[in-house]
Design a protein around this ligand. Structure first.
Ligand code: ADP
Ligand code: ZN
Length: 214
């Protein structure tokens, strides 16, 4: 099963992808995480990407498509994948269609998480992840059972993204509406777009997704 989750930053794409991974044995492909891994490793690509990402802008299409294409070829993607944070522009969506066609793969569902922008700043500014296993948490909406200890792996170190501050979030939301929102129409014209209410509780959103995916 190959899936795209669409929605602005903070809409819950990462949170839901992690849950779907466990449930459907698919792999979450987060271009943001891939790029942040490049930045952390200090690779040439990482250095290039850092300045662009710090400004809340997008990295070039060729870089991203190449990165996704390599990733999809790896063995763990055989059972399917969830694209989280990609495509971000209509040209990327077109390039993705071509790439999948070349690999004889298809998209089963494109699901949009519908949310209110105002709520996204609070969600993003409160989010953090376990440094060891990547499990996601939130200061108000999703705290670990035991304060300071990861529910999944027992890790005690947590990280926050450098670009998760109110100012950058507003810039990311603006760019989202200008460039990414038109993608919904692209997929609805292809007849594969579905929407869920991303303002609902995390568990309810998961249930809504499961009822679409089956
Ligand atoms: P995205 O990957 O779309 O940027 P995340 O999955 O990282 O968004 O979610 C952003 C933050 O909001 C996280 O801290 C997450 O725990 C929290 N969150 C996600 N979905 C919901 C929800 N339905 N209700 C409340 N908080 C949520
Ligand atoms: Zn952990």
């Amino acid at each position: 099963m190959n899936l795209i989750l669409l929605g602005p930053p903070g809409s819950g794409k990462g949170t839901q992808s992690k849950r779907l991974e466990d449930k459907y044995k698919v792999v979450q492909l987060s271009t943001g995480e891939m790029l942040r891994a490049e930045v952390a490793s200090g690779s040439d690509l990482g250095k290039q990407a850092k300045g662009i990402m710090d400004a809340g802008k997008f990295v070039s299409d060729d870089i991203i498509i190449g990165m996704i294409s390599n990733r999809v070829d790896q063995d763990d993607c055989k059972g399917g994948f969830i694209l989280d944070g990609f495509p971000r522009t209509v040209p990327q969506a077109e390039a993705l269609s071509q790439m999948l066609k070349d690999k004889s793969l298809k998209l089963d569902h494109v699901i949009e998480l519908e949310v209110d922008d105002e709520a996204m700043v609070e969600r993003i500014c409160g989010r953090y992840t376990c440094a060891k296993c990547g499990a996601g948490y939130h200061d108000s909406f999703q705290r670990p059972e035991k304060e300071g200890v990861c529910d999944k792996c027992g890790g005690t170190e947590f990280v926050r993204r450098a670009d998760d501050n109110a100012e950058t979030v507003r810039a990311r939301l603006r760019v989202y509406h200008e460039q990414t929102a038109p993608i919904a129409k692209f997929y609805s014209d292809l007849g594969i777009l579905k929407s869920v209410d991303g303002m609902a509780d995390i568990d309810i959103v998961t249930r809504q997704l499961a009822s679409i995916i089956g």
